[in-house]
Design a protein around this ligand. Structure first.
Ligand SMILES: [Zn+2]
Length: 223
C-alpha cells in the first residue's frame, strides 16, 4: 500500500481521502491502526484543513465576524440599541468575507490557468518569478490579488492571464461596481453619489475617485 509509505516512525500519521471523508493511518506498537475522520476533525487530528478554498473562506468569515459578535450582542442588550449601526457592522463583515472569497477564487483560478503561447510568434511564454499585486473595486469592496505575469522571451510582450480570463485587463472596477456607479453618478453630485453608494451598498468610494473614474469611462466611451 503505497500511501502507507509515510508511516516510517511511531507517531507519524498518513491521511487518505475517500468519498465522504478521510481515513487516518498511524503506527502504534508496530501495528498499523486506522480510523475514519471528517473534514471538521482534521485540525483535531493534527492535519491542516484540505479540500480547496473552503477552509480559507471559512477562516476569513470567522475572522470578520468573530471579534464583532460579542460587541453587537452587548449593544443589542443595552436597552436602547443602535440597530442601524449593528446592521451596518454585520453588512460590512459580510462584504469583507465575500471580498476574501472572491480573492481566494481569483487566485485559485490564476493557479490553474494554462501557460499561454505568444500571440505573435506562437512560442510558449515564460512566467515571471514574482507575482504582481492588483486591486479591483468590486460590489464587495476592494479585492487585492497576487497574480502571475507571462512574457515572450522573443517578442518581449507580456500579459496577466488572470486579468484576461476575467475580462478585467486594464480595469480598475469590475462590471458590478461599474453598474453601481452608473446608477448614481449621472443623477447627482459626486459627493452625494459617494454617500449614496456607502449607504446603500456599504462601499467606500470617495467623491474624487468617482470623479476620476467617470472621466476615464467617459473618455473610453467617446473613443
Ligand atoms: Zn513572441
Amino acid at each position: 500500500m503505497a500511501y502507507l509509505e509515510g508511516l516510517g516512525e511511531e507517531g507519524a500519521s498518513v491521511l487518505r481521502a475517500h468519498e465522504g471523508g478521510y481515513t487516518r493511518y498511524w503506527l502504534e506498537s508496530g501495528e498499523v491502526r486506522s480510523c475514519d475522520i471528517t473534514e471538521d476533525e482534521l485540525p483535531l487530528a493534527g492535519f491542516r484543513p484540505v479540500g480547496g478554498p473552503l477552509p480559507a473562506l471559512l477562516g476569513a468569515v470567522s475572522a470578520e465576524f468573530g471579534p464583532q459578535l460579542p460587541k453587537l450582542a452587548a449593544e443589542l442588550a443595552s436597552g436602547a440599541p443602535d440597530l442601524d449601526s449593528v446592521e451596518r457592522v454585520l453588512r460590512d463583515s459580510s462584504l469583507g468575507g465575500g471580498a476574501t472569497a472572491l480573492k481566494v477564487l481569483f487566485e485559485q483560478l490564476d493557479e490553474v490557468l494554462p501557460p499561454p503561447d505568444c500571440a505573435s510568434c506562437g512560442k510558449p511564454m515564460s512566467r515571471r518569478q514574482a507575482r504582481k499585486k492588483k486591486a479591483w473595486l468590486t460590489r464587495l469592496g476592494r479585492v487585492e490579488v497576487e497574480r502571475s505575469y507571462y512574457y515572450c522571451r522573443s517578442c518581449g510582450t507580456g500579459f496577466f492571464p488572470l486579468d484576461r480570463a476575467l475580462g478585467l485587463e486594464g480595469a480598475t472596477l469590475t462590471p458590478g461596481m461599474l453598474s453601481v456607479m452608473a446608477e448614481t453618478t449621472p443623477m447627482m453630485s459626486f459627493d452625494a453619489a459617494s454617500r449614496h453608494i456607502a449607504n446603500l451598498a456599504g462601499l467606500n468610494a470617495s467623491s474624487s475617485s468617482l470623479q476620476r473614474w467617470s472621466l476615464a469611462l467617459g473618455a473610453e466611451v467617446l473613443r
